[in-house]
Design a binder for this molecule. Structure first.
Ligand SMILES: [Ca+2]
Length: 304
């Protein structure tokens, strides 16, 4: 039996094909403006050796470039805002949830279509600009899983080994490269999406956290810049020191897609006034009180 509903979800059931067989279910999910398909789940009959095949309707891929800069996230939307992809850290899976139907109406409740088993401790997800692939970082496994959403490999999870504790991942505007922040390594792996190979490992030091990639809107990814935040702030040289509001600065690393060997360092100054006004002169003897109100100075007024 094969039918398609207006939500873009098609279901194919194979029942009673052989005595004792349970069932085989393939859900095909159309994603975005293309009529791509996604194998949601499939359990073959006990005595079958290959999964059943399905005919996948295809139309030319139209969206192939992001319209905004790219950034790492643990939950992502397809380009048509219809499907949410989310990493489930505790269950080692990635779920695809339909949140809007083909007519653009929100689904309440949303409809979970599929939950893929991936590596251990998945944290971040990315979707290719054409919505044809899902990427997920498996932090404990040290891999990035690639999951095609269409074609003969739809639903097949392929892990790519990267560094230790990969977390943030982000794809370039044209989908040619995937950047992976290896949190414990202090590195960023560059994956060539087409070949599924790590083509470079960028030394950024520290504990890289989030990633953002510029997008000037053209078909060339090599003219973009990759920004990587450091999870921990660093002490400001000759600053007021550890434990002070103004003692540390944020660090962002930046490098060109075209040249991963030249890594720039950008520092982010602390707020000049954090709004923290408690009197802590008893805990910080070197602090001094300013102004006539007897209120302890906020950290920017501390001399040390
Ligand atoms: Ca570009």
């Amino acid at each position: 039996m094969h039918h398609r509903d207006t939500s873009g979800l098609a279901r194919e059931d194979h029942t009673g094909q052989k005595s004792g067989c349970r069932h085989t279910v393939l859900y095909l999910v159309a994603l975005v403006t293309i009529v791509g398909t996604l194998i949601v789940s499939g359990c073959v009959d006990d005595d079958e050796t290959t999964a059943p095949t399905v005919t996948i309707p295809t139309t030319p891929v139209v969206p192939s470039r992001l319209v905004t800069p790219s950034r790492s996230t643990s939950i992502a939307l397809t380009s048509d805002d219809r499907f949410v992809v989310v990493a489930n850290r505790e269950t080692n899976s990635v779920a695809v949830i339909e949140v809007r139907n083909a007519q653009g109406q929100d689904l309440v409740p949303a409809n979970k279509l599929v939950e893929f088993g991936v590596g251990q401790e998945p944290r971040y997800v990315a979707i290719s600009p054409d919505d044809r692939e899902i990427y997920v970082s498996n932090t404990m496994s040290g891999t990035v899983a690639v999951i095609p959403t269409t074609g003969s490999d739809a639903g097949k999870v392929t892990p790519i080994p990267v560094g230790t504790e990969p977390r943030a991942i982000a794809v370039t505007p044209n989908g040619t490269r995937l950047y992976v922040a290896n949190h414990t390594d202090g590195t960023v792996s560059v994956i060539d999406v087409a070949s599924r190979q790590v083509t470079a490992t960028v030394q950024v030091g520290g504990n890289p956290a989030a990633i953002a990639i510029t997008n000037n809107g053209d078909g060339d990814d090599t003219d973009e810049t990759v920004f990587v935040t450091q999870f921990y702030a660093e002490l400001i040289p000759n600053g007021p020191g550890e434990g002070r509001d103004l003692g540390k600065q944020g660090v962002v690393r930046a490098f060109s897609v075209a040249d991963t060997t030249n890594v720039a360092k950008i520092t982010l100054s602390p707020l000049t006034d954090s709004g923290f006004t408690a009197d802590r002169t008893n805990f910080c003897p070197q602090s001094r009180v300013v102004g006539g109100g007897g209120r302890a100075a906020s950290e920017h007024a501390v001399l040390s």
